[in-house]
Design a protein around this ligand. Structure first.
Ligand SMILES: C[S@@+](CC[C@H](N)C(=O)[O-])C[C@H]1O[C@@H](n2cnc3c(N)ncnc32)[C@H](O)[C@@H]1O
Length: 357
């Protein structure tokens, strides 16, 4: 039985046989039985708030359940809070909006907003589970090998490899006779690296953890070379870069060198908040040259060189080793942030080499 059963004296009401009016009634009835249910999933980027809200409004309108004005403001506030919270926690946080039509006689959609998050280690674990090794390339970085070669006899050189991954650089260096200490955040990578070094009896120690953790201490003044290849691109801000550089100054012996790759902006380009957020999401955190200079200011580091990684590696790696991975050319040229085939994005990965004074 439907709502009409409560109406008395039906015989006093006008009889309707007009098919259009009757169809309206039928549609009303069916609409009360139809259910809309689903979810929208967005990366937690606070700068996308208005865009996300527009998409949600469009969908709800398409579902014939437009968002009332007062609910719009309420939802906007909730989304803003959740996006901020998710973004602060991790660059991999996702916002999930679940919606479901409410039971008649009420109308509209009931919504629930959830934030899911995962760590860098958890995300890289999915690489281990789903991708074919080698995950970061089959050859060590040409710039690193050239830098190490200039330091003299490997017997007397101790190298610190920060964010060593599965050992693309650590293992070839150790095979040449350098003593290498590796720091690695992702547990599954650290385990793989330990196993590979043990299997070959190489002079490698592996410490699992975050280089930025205050408790992460290595040998003070113990290294002639420290390297962080493709690692700074995971950092969240220039304070973390400064902390990293200050730690490297502690760990390097006077005269030792630090080599790291980082995304820098090109020319006068000033990234806005949304670009910075998308860059972090794409593991391509970028800095202006001024921000990098400020992060280095007052530290005992003297710049030696600043080169384009893509160009250097393209020219110095064996032809068979290029590209190091299928994703490298796009990522290193800023195209993971600005996907554009026929133009050059205003950011690029650069090798920064400096000496600890
Ligand atoms: C793109 S991979 C590069 C691996 C290796 N350096 C190479 O070039 O083959 C980045 C690595 O940095 C590690 N990493 C990111 N942030 C880190 C941190 N704060 N401390 C230590 N390792 C970190 C990741 O777990 C990952 O293994």
């Amino acid at each position: 039985m439907g709502a009409q059963s409560t109406i008395d004296q039906t015989e006093q009401l006008p009889l309707v046989t007009n098919p259009d009016i009757l169809q309206q009634a039928i549609l009303y009835k069916i609409n009360t039985r139809a259910t809309a249910r689903g979810e929208l999933v967005f990366p937690c980027l606070p700068g996308m708030l208005n865009h996300y809200l527009q998409s949600i409004e469009k969908l709800f309108t398409t579902l014939d359940r437009p968002l009332p004005e007062d609910r719009r403001e309420e939802l906007k506030k909730l989304l803003a809070t959740k996006l901020e919270q998710g973004y602060r926690t991790s660059t991999a946080s996702m916002l999930i909006l679940q919606y479901e039509s409410v039971q008649p006689p009420q109308t509209g959609l009931a919504c629930k907003v959830i934030v899911t998050t995962s760590t860098v280690g958890e995300q890289y674990k999915t690489w281990v589970d789903t991708r074919e090794p080698p995950l970061f390339g089959s050859h060590p970085d040409a710039k690193l090998m050239a830098t190490a070669a200039k330091l003299g006899n490997p017997d007397r050189i101790r190298i610190l490899d920060v964010g060593a991954g599965t050992g693309r650089n650590t293992l070839p260096l150790a095979r040449l006779g350098y003593a290498v200490d590796a720091i690695e955040l992702t547990p599954s990578f650290a385990e793989q690296l330990k196993a590979a070094a043990t299997a070959e009896n190489l002079p490698v120690t592996v410490t699992e953890g975050d280089v930025l953790d205050p408790l992460m201490r290595m040998k003070p003044a113990g290294y002639q070379l420290a390297v962080a290849a493709e690692v700074i691109s995971h950092f969240r801000d220039s304070d973390q870069v400064r902390l990293f550089l200050a730690k490297m100054c502690d760990f390097l012996s006077p005269g030792g060198v630090l080599l790291f790759s980082t995304f820098l902006t090109v020319g006068d380009y000033q990234p806005d908040a949304l670009v910075r957020q998308v860059a972090q999401l794409s593991w391509s955190t970028l800095f202006t040259p001024g921000e990098l200079a400020a992060a280095m200011e007052g530290l005992p580091l003297v710049p030696i060189s600043n080169e384009l990684v893509w160009e250097y590696e393209r020219h110095h790696l064996p032809e068979t080793a290029w590209p190091p991975t299928p994703w490298f050319p796009s990522w290193a040229t800023g195209r993971d942030v600005f996907p554009m085939a026929n133009a050059r994005p205003p950011m690029e990965l650069r090798w920064i080499l400096c000496r600890r004074s």
